[in-house]
Design a protein around this ligand. Structure first.
Ligand code: GDP
Ligand code: ZN
Length: 354
């Protein structure tokens, strides 16, 4: 395979020459398994580790190679290599690290375009779309909006969705498709180009895997044929993270699915939804969820379908919200009183004049 097939271009070439390390081979990280990486090179796929130097110099997760990275490697034999350097990244998609506050976890790098996928039957949500767009812009990735499952709604509704997107989001291509009916796949493929790197973003269930198969399907079969030690067995089909095809390169990995849900408000919102949905099932509509019989929330905590900490957090936020709303109400009341007082003074002044 040629380097260009998996994304090599003049820009990478320039960055590479600037590093003055001509003795090294260049390759692209296609997957990662703990300390090991699969790197695509002109000589084929090799299993690689990073040098001790790179490891000691690394201060952050961003200093380690990630899927999509161009790296300079020393090849020892047909399937063993050491990664010496990472070529400066053109784009980085990351998310908040789980557990480590304020830290970022790199999901993938050097992605040119993200297909932001929403399903029009029940996933359509412009706010969420804007959040994915923000992620794209802050990551230096160009967005393309894909509306999927258009077989499930009529054209009038679809048209209204497109109009409402265009009102708020300018200059981003919108492609409406149906994987099921194979509608719009050809127009979408017009946005794909050999040697350009793509990823799919969107909630689970919107059809990303189905679309991946429709756009890159034939080639996925090809990648399965690659046999490497760490890919033997269960990983052969699940860890095909960098898919190379004549229609472009797709970076497809588990972490992608949670990307874009980095906004705290989204987390709160979904937490709220679970609790609110449960509260509706309580026997008493004015249930305080403290000691009542047939309280759905207490039951859920008891049988571990709702975590105590999640509920406590909900109560805390609700209290804060209530406090906030109360103080606004109180302020209004005071304002009203003050207004009345002012009126009263004016009135008495008027009266004393005469
Ligand atoms: P992912 O979680 O985003 O990867 O979503 P999947 O690709 O697994 O799809 C979720 C479900 O939606 C599956 O049952 C698919 O068969 C279905 N699906 C995908 N695309 C379409 C479509 O265009 N129309 C309809 N009606 N169903 C679809
Ligand atoms: Zn209750």
């Amino acid at each position: 395979m040629k380097l260009e097939d998996f994304g090599y271009n003049e820009n990478i070439q320039k960055l590479r020459s600037a590093m003055n390390l001509e003795d090294f081979h260049i390759g692209r990280v296609s997957s990662q398994h703990k300390n090991k990486y699969i790197v695509k090179t002109e000589k084929g796929d090799v299993e690689a580790e990073i040098t001790g130097n790179l490891r000691y110099a690394a201060q952050d997760s961003e200093d380690y190679p990630a899927v999509g990275d161009w790296v300079l490697v020393m090849l020892y034999d047909a399937s063993l290599a050491l990664i010496h350097k990472i070529i400066p990244r053109q784009s980085i998609i990351s998310r908040k690290s789980v557990g480590q506050q304020g830290k970022k976890q790199v999901i993938a790098t050097n992605i040119d375009y993200a297909l932001i996928v929403q399903a029009v039957d029940n996933d359509f949500n412009i706010n969420r779309m804007e959040r994915y767009l923000t992620l794209c812009y802050s990551s230096n990735v160009k967005p393309i909006i894909v509306l999927n499952k258009i077989d499930l709604i009529d054209t009038v509704k679809l048209e209204s969705y497109i109009v409402s997107i265009e009102e708020r989001i300018k200059k981003v291509p919108i492609v409406a498709i149906s994987n099921k009916m194979c509608n719009g796949i050809v127009p979408l493929k017009k946005y794909l180009k050999k040697g350009i790197t793509y990823c799919l973003l969107g909630s689970s269930g919107v059809g990303k895997s189905t679309l991946t198969n429709n756009l890159f399907g034939k080639e996925i079969m090809l990648t399965k044929e690659i046999r490497l030690d760490i890919d033997k067995g269960k990983h052969t089909t699940t860890h095909r993270e960098l898919i190379v095809s004549n229609d472009g390169i797709l970076i497809d990995m588990p972490g992608m699915k949670e990307v874009g849900m980095i906004d705290a408000s989204e987390g709160i919102h979904t937490t709220f939804e679970t609790v609110i949905a449960l509260a509706k099932q309580c026997k008493f509509s004015n249930c305080t969820h403290t000691s009542e019989v047939d309280c759905a929330i207490l039951e859920a905590i008891q049988n571990n379908t709702l975590e105590q900490s999640v509920y406590d957090n909900y109560v805390k936020i609700e209290k804060e919200k209530m406090h906030f709303e109360l103080s606004i109400a109180e302020k209004r009341k005071k304002d009203k009183k003050f207004g009345k007082m002012v009126k009263q003074i004016k009135y008495t002044k008027k009266r004393t004049k005469y």
